[in-house]
Design a protein around this ligand. Structure first.
Ligand code: C2E
Ligand code: MG
Ligand code: MG
Length: 608
């Protein structure tokens, strides 16, 4: 059929704005103008936006220009029948979704089926009832709207999912960063280091000749920097150290920050221990130069432990453990140096661990006893008092001397508990001796450096003295010169308090602690105990007195008593008497004795 000028006009009337308004847009396709007119007027009356196309070809063009929400499509048309129009629209993605209701006079089951098969959504037979058309149109449009909404919601949802996925990916990335990298220095952290180490271990399994080394670095006295200059400077310093280390390491060498002030280096594919040693030395040299943090000049040393790969290493943690042990060895040998791990270090650490456990048990079960070594008044030739010396009676190992367990006790803090136990025990022993009539005897008790920092020390001593009904005059506390110097200020405050109570104070191992005489003057001290190392060479020959006369001179100027420790021979005793030394202690008089033997000794009232 020839397109009708009127219809063209009708088509042209519909502009984009009109159609894209909220009105639902229906296209009626028929090649009978009358049909078009009737349907159009009714649907327009119902509030729809209606477009019309005369014939199939025009319908395709109209739809192409702007797809409607619904098409009412006649089947029998001259140019292009309804089926063909439908098939073409369904082929095109842009138009495939548009619901099509077929209109036809062909009241035939076959046609209905065909119409639905090729994608029609409904079928109305002519002559139609207008109510039926309206209901069907309305239903289909409602369906279409619902579908559109669902589609829109789906799109929105998809977009949201995509956004969320992206956020999650970002978060995941960040988590990985946190999990594997150190935030302060940007270096690999312990986790990543262990991963790398694991990789090196698997390479060894494939290649016998492959060797690597791990260097474990710990900054020496880093906490002093943190405490005195603040954490911010400490952090800055760590960043600078890590950059300095990076600057001398090769690209394939892994550097990680594995603890507060600890770094680890994985030196891969080396030919032997020399390379690791060389790197360690380079690091030590590098750190000889100062760092500048906030215009502060800071010198920092490191102690380095080195471990070489071995075929029997399975677990990266064991390598780090051994490197750590070697590092500790380097520290104990004076810091600022490197040590190479040996299996003996591990054995020693194991023994220490056992000792530590035993020591905890010993404290709980009070497996200690106090020995007493007499201190002799060399002028009156009688026992002036005793020094209390702790012993550990281990159920299996027997008597263990303090030199073997006190360092560990200090390291674990157990020294304070042991110390107060000794104090109670020794004071109550002295109290018994006083009751037995030996009322002049004094007791000397050693105090560890850590006890000096305990805020409740004075209260504790007060309590013990009250319980044992001892006068403060009979108690003398021995503090080694080095522990006194370790914490000058707190020592001074504490010693002042004890002094005020009338408790006597004595500097133990005098001459070994590098105190200056001016510092010494600030402490309220009654007695200097000359360390026994000064007596070693003293014999009958008065030319071998060494520094002993000097120390006696110092004590005289400072108005202090002197106890000479470690007198082992009568010659030594003679020399000290000649020099006017007031008190002496040593194996020549008696070794440290258990309470019973010491009691026996005072009852025997010996002279020398
Ligand atoms: P110290 O306070 O200097 O005690 C003297 C040490 O020298 C004692 O060793 C004693 O047995 C030893 N000695 C005494 N005369 C001679 C001698 O003529 N020749 C030799 N070669 N040695 C002699 P001991 O009992 O093994 O104690 C060692 C150190 O352990 C003590 O040195 C003291 O610093 C510490 N110590 C002992 N008991 C305690 C305690 O209860 N608390 C604290 N904090 N430290 C203690
Ligand atoms: Mg002592
Ligand atoms: Mg001593």
């Amino acid at each position: 059929m020839i397109p009708n000028p009127i219809n063209t006009h009708i088509l042209l009337k519909h502009t984009h704005e009109e159609v894209s308004s909220n009105l639902q847009d229906i296209l009626i396709v028929d090649d009978t103008i009358e049909n078009l007119r009737v349907l159009s007027s009714i649907l327009t009356g119902e509030g729809y936006n209606v477009r019309k196309a005369i014939g199939g070809n025009m319908a395709l063009k109209v739809v192409e220009t702007l797809p409607p929400d619904l098409i009412l499509l006649d089947i029998m048309m001259a140019d292009l029948n309804g089926y063909e129009v439908c098939q073409q629209l369904k082929k095109n993605l842009r138009t495939a979704d548009i619901p099509i209701i077929f209109l036809s006079a062909l009241d035939d089951v076959f046609d209905k089926v065909k119409a639905l098969e090729i994608g029609g959504i409904d079928y109305i037979t002519k002559p139609f009832q207008m109510e039926e058309v309206l209901v069907r149109v309305k239903n289909q449009l409602a369906l279409r709207t619902a579908q559109k909404e669902v589609h829109q919601l789906n799109t929105q949802l998809e977009k949201k999912v995509q956004e969320r996925t992206q956020q999650l990916q970002k978060a995941n990335h960040r988590l990985q960063e946190i999990a594997l990298y150190d935030s302060l220095t940007g270096l690999a952290n312990r986790n990543l280091f262990i991963e790398q180490l694991q990789r090196s271990l698997s390479v060894i399994k494939l290649d016998d000749n492959y060797q690597f080394a791990v260097l474990f670095l710990n900054c020496d006295r880093f906490n002093i920097i943190n405490d005195s200059l603040g954490h911010l400077v400490g952090n800055l310093l760590l960043q600078k150290i890590s950059r300095a280390l990076q600057s001398i390491l090769g690209k394939n060498t892994v550097l990680a920050r594995v603890g507060g002030d600890e770094f680890a280096i994985l030196l891969s594919d080396i030919s032997g221990v020399e390379q690791a040693k060389e790197l360690a030395q380079n690091i030590l040299d590098l750190l000889k130069k100062p760092f500048y943090c906030n215009s502060q000049e800071i010198f920092i040393n490191v102690s380095i432990g080195i471990v070489l790969s071995r075929p029997d290493y399975q677990d990266p943690e064991n390598i780090i453990r051994d490197a750590d042990l070697a590092m500790y060895k380097a520290k104990s040998l004076g810091r600022g140096q490197y040590q190479i791990f040996t299996p003996e270090m591990y054995d020693l650490a194991q023994q220490l661990l056992i000792l530590q456990t035993d020591l905890y048990r010993a404290v709980q079960q009070e497996e200690f006893t106090v020995y007493y070594q007499p201190i002799i008044d060399l002028k009156q030739n009688k026992i002036a008092g005793f020094e209390a010396l702790v012993r550990w009676i281990d159920p299996q190992k027997g008597i263990i001397s303090p030199g073997e367990f006190l360092p560990l006790a200090e390291e674990t803090g157990l020294i304070c508990e042991i110390g107060s136990w000794v104090m109670k025990e020794a004071c109550s022993q002295l109290s018994q001796w006083h009751e037995q009539g030996f009322t002049d005897l004094k007791i000397c008790i050693n105090l560890a450096a850590q006890q000096l920092t305990r805020s409740n020390l004075v209260t504790e001593i007060d309590k013990i003295l009250t319980e044992t009904q001892l006068n403060t005059n009979f108690l003398k506390l021995e503090i080694t010169e080095s522990s006194m110097m370790q914490n000058l200020q707190t020592s001074q405050v504490l010693l002042e308090k004890l002094w005020q109570r009338g408790i006597k104070l004595s500097i133990d191992d005098f001459g070994t602690g590098y105190s200056s005489l001016s510092q010494l003057q600030n402490f309220p001290v009654n007695t200097l105990k000359i360390d026994r190392s000064f007596l070693k060479n003293v014999d009958g020959n008065s030319e071998n007195l060494g520094l002993v006369p000097v120390i006696l001179g110092i004590a005289e100027v400072m108005r202090m008593d002197v106890v000479a420790e470690g007198i082992e021979t009568s010659e030594q005793l003679e020399q000290l008497r000649k020099l006017g030394c007031h008190f002496g202690q040593g194996f020549f008089f008696a070794k440290p004795l258990d309470a019973e033997t010491a009691t026996q000794l005072i009852h025997d009232n010996p002279t020398w």
